[in-house]
Each structure stands twice: as structure tokens, then as C-alpha cells.
Design a protein around this ligand. Structure first.
Ligand SMILES: [Zn+2]
Length: 176
């Protein structure tokens, strides 16, 4: 975290405390949740939670409310839902980049299904990796510290998007 990030985080926490009474009036019983989302929307003005499934939206906002009020950790959304055209663009562009793959084609991408969230900053991703399972949110790739998905139970973490697990591939010719 840079000093600027620290200041922004402090500002967001101060803002959430200031907005808490207003949130209490507009959503009694959910004031912490609402004040947190308001403050994070100010801190990360370009983020969009639109297009996430209701379950993914609920899991993400509940998890970051917990991170915010309990541990003072901010979690922003860099990229959530993507339509197929955007995912295709990202997938094609990724093919030209060196290193391991960082994108799936639209038909395979959980971003297109509204079930994946790329988060920031790194401290927020670390929090989600440690505590996200309470909300069914899991990091799924070794090479993407920022990428989380909603799953009913912990999935096997893959080295990179599109990697296949050799041991699960059944060979032909066995008994059936
Ligand atoms: Zn992602």
C-alpha cells in the first residue's frame, strides 16, 4: 500500500462513519452494509457491480462489508460481469501476451456468467483469499491474485485459466 492508498482508505473509513446515520435512516438494520457500499463507491468510482448474479452480488457486498468494518480492509471491484464481446476482446488480447494465460473464451468464462470478480487492491484480495470461503468466494488461479469466483464449495485451484487437471482425465479403453 502506498501512502496515497492509505489516505484514500482513511478517507473512505471516515466517510462510512459519517454516512452511517444516513444509512441507518434509509436502511434500518443494514446501515453498516449500506454505508460501506456508499463509501467504497466513492473510493472506487469506476467500479460496476451490475450484471453479477444476485448470489454473487450478495456474497461480494457482504464479504467486503465484513472486511471493512471488522478489519478495516477495503475491497474494490476492478471487473465483474463482462458481456461475451468484451470477454472475447480480452481473451484475444491475452493470447499475444507473454506468460501463462489470464483469460478464458466467453463460453467458458465465469465473468460472462456474472460469477467472477476481479478485486483490488492486493491487501483486499489477501483478505478475500483468507476469509472469502465464509461467503463462498474463492481464489481459483495461482497466477491471478485478483480473481475470485462464487462456488458452493471450495474448488480445486488451478495454475492458470484453462489449465486441466491431469488426474481427472479418464483414459479410453477402461471398463465402462
Ligand atoms: Zn477474472
Amino acid at each position: 500500500m502506498t501512502r496515497r492508498d492509505d489516505l484514500y482508505a482513511l478517507a473512505a473509513k471516515t466517510l462510512a462513519r459519517l454516512l452511517y446515520p444516513v444509512a441507518h435512516l434509509s436502511a434500518p438494520g443494514r446501515a453498516r452494509h449500506v454505508a460501506c457500499q456508499w463509501a467504497l463507491a466513492v473510493r472506487y468510482p469506476r467500479e460496476s457491480l451490475a450484471g453479477l448474479t444476485p448470489a454473487a452480488h450478495h456474497a461480494f457486498t457482504t464479504a467486503r462489508t465484513e472486511a471493512f468494518w471488522r478489519d478495516g480492509v477495503l475491497i474494490g471491484l476492478t471487473s465483474g460481469y463482462r458481456d461475451a464481446a468484451e470477454q472475447h476482446r480480452i481473451y484475444v488480447a491475452d493470447q499475444d501476451k507473454p506468460g501463462l494465460p489470464r483469460a478464458l473464451p466467453p463460453a467458458e468464462s465465469p465473468h460472462v456468467r456474472g460469477l467472477a470478480m476481479d478485486v483490488r487492491p492486493r491487501e483486499g484480495a489477501r483478505w478475500l483469499e483468507e476469509h472469502g470461503s465464509r461467503h463462498h468466494l474463492y481464489r481459483t488461479y495461482d497466477n491471478e491474485w485478483w480473481h475470485f469466483e462464487l462456488h458452493p464449495t471450495r474448488p480445486i485451484r488451478l495454475p492458470y485459466p484453462g489449465a486441466r487437471i491431469a488426474s481427472t482425465v479418464r483414459t479410453r479403453g477402461g471398463t465402462s
